[in-house]
Design a protein around this ligand. Structure first.
Ligand SMILES: NC(=O)c1ccc[n+]([C@@H]2O[C@H](COP(=O)([O-])OP(=O)(O)OC[C@H]3O[C@@H](n4cnc5c(N)ncnc54)[C@H](O)[C@@H]3O)[C@@H](O)[C@H]2O)c1
Ligand SMILES: O=C(O)C(=O)C[C@@H](O)[C@H](O)[C@H](O)COP(=O)(O)O
Ligand SMILES: [Zn+2]
Length: 358
């Protein structure tokens, strides 16, 4: 067990820990349960890490396989999931075996879904290697793939047996991917922990650089928010919806961009939109609404989108998972750190709020 380790527990029907620290890859084997076969699902960027983990597991007597999948969102398809299931079948994966997702949120979403559906559910452990993966995607058991009509439309709630956030893996992350992850960190600041916003605003240039002096605190604070929420509402029957702040428009932008944008970049615009909507609904004060744009801009994240896109985005938002029938649902703020759900807002307000992100 590594010495420099923070352990953040996640409660619920299948409790587990999120480990945060450096040099933690050796903490994987005890999380694999009774597995004799292990599949390490990873993109090309994590090939060296996955092969090192595989060699370590093989040396410990396990039958470990590295499965390379396409990069980023290209992995979140039925075809790629099918490829993974074919390999599991060929290897002879049984219910006691384990899958490990090594990569960003796209990889762990895919790996989680592959594990959730194989034999109706086998063990999965996540090793997130992006900021978004550590603070969000790998924690909470939401797994899934995209379809032609929208983002994450197929998936399951399938909690991992453990999450290993080894901060050393962030050293190779491209700067734009690091910044994209900060959008989810900022989201946590607005919905639950304003100290996150203070830490970033104190020096946004520092906060935007991997390995910065506040990195670990930002990650641990964000993980604690996510852990607290999913611990009481794994399947999004209520409070978990707050984690979707900024995502209704954000996911629609990702689809409009054919998933070529980083998730966090689209969510950044979605956050500014949600703030504008909250303000127009008479819930959020001007200063807090403006703070969304200023903090995201200070990090170099996008805060505006094409003026002509609203019609198409609105159509996509209709298949957002929070929608019920033809009633759209948004998360807005009633004030700093006071998220609430709003049903079926006036279409004129939706359009007016959009004019603030053009
Ligand atoms: N399940 C959830 O609760 C949840 C939460 C947030 C986001 N997500 C999903 O996660 C995805 C976004 O995650 P992301 O921003 O991590 O994107 P990503 O997985 O696409 O990774 C971004 C890029 O970084 C590369 N990469 C990853 N780790 C690296 C490393 N250590 N060094 C060098 N390159 C590395 C990847 O190959 C990719 O090119 C989206 O699909 C989003 O929907 C899911
Ligand atoms: O964990 C959650 O719940 C979230 O909403 C976190 C989001 O940041 C994440 O992007 C999630 O994948 C979105 O979920 P979806 O149900 O809207 O697809
Ligand atoms: Zn997200």
């Amino acid at each position: 067990m590594s010495a420099d380790l923070t352990r953040i527990p996640v409660a619920g029907p299948a409790p587990y820990d999120v480990l945060v620290g450096r040099g933690l890859l050796g903490d994987l084997p005890p999380l694999l349960g009774a597995a004799t076969h292990v599949a390490l699902i990873h993109p090309a960027a994590l090939r060296a890490t996955a092969e090192a983990v595989r060699d370590d597991l093989v040396a410990q007597g396990l039958d470990a396989h590295a499965l390379e999948v396409p990069d980023g969102e290209d992995a979140k398809t039925l075809q790629v999931a099918g490829f993974c299931w074919d390999v599991l079948g060929q290897v002879g994966f049984t219910r006691s075996d384990a899958i490990v997702g090594i990569g960003g949120g796209a990889t762990t979403d895919l790996a989680g879904w592959v594990a959730a559906a194989w034999l109706r559910g086998v063990r999965v452990v996540h090793i997130p290697t992006t900021l978004a993966g550590m603070v969000d995607a790998a924690v909470g058991g939401k797994t899934g793939i995209n379809t032609d009509t929208g983002k994450n439309l197929v998936g399951a709630f399938h909690p991992p047996a453990g999450v290993i956030c080894d901060l050393n893996t962030l050293e190779t992350l491209p700067p734009n991917d690091y910044l994209a992850g900060l959008a989810e960190v900022v989201k946590c600041g607005f919905i639950a922990d304003p100290a996150i916003l203070d830490l970033i605003e104190a020096d946004p240039v520092r906060a935007g650089r991997p390995g910065n002096g506040v990195e670990r605190e930002l990650i641990e604070r964000s993980v604690r928010i996510k852990a607290a929420v999913v611990s009481v509402d794994l399947t999004e029957q209520g409070v978990r919806e707050i984690l979707n702040y900024g995502h209704t428009l954000g996911h629609a932008i990702e689809r409009a961009e054919r998933y070529r944008w980083r998730h966090g970049a689209a969510i950044s615009i979605g956050l500014v939109y949600a703030a504008a909507l909250g303000r127009m609904l008479g819930r959020l004060d001007d200063a807090t609404a403006d703070r969304h744009r200023s903090i995201l801009q200070s990090l170099g994240l996008p805060t505006s989108y094409r003026p002509d896109a609203f019609g198409a985005l609105l159509e996509t938002m209709r298949v957002d998972k929070k929608a019920r029938g033809n009633r759209l649902r948004f998360i807005v703020l009633d004030g700093l750190a006071k998220p609430v759900g709003v049903d079926d807002p006036d279409p004129a307000l939706l359009a007016a709020a959009y004019s603030e992100v053009c």
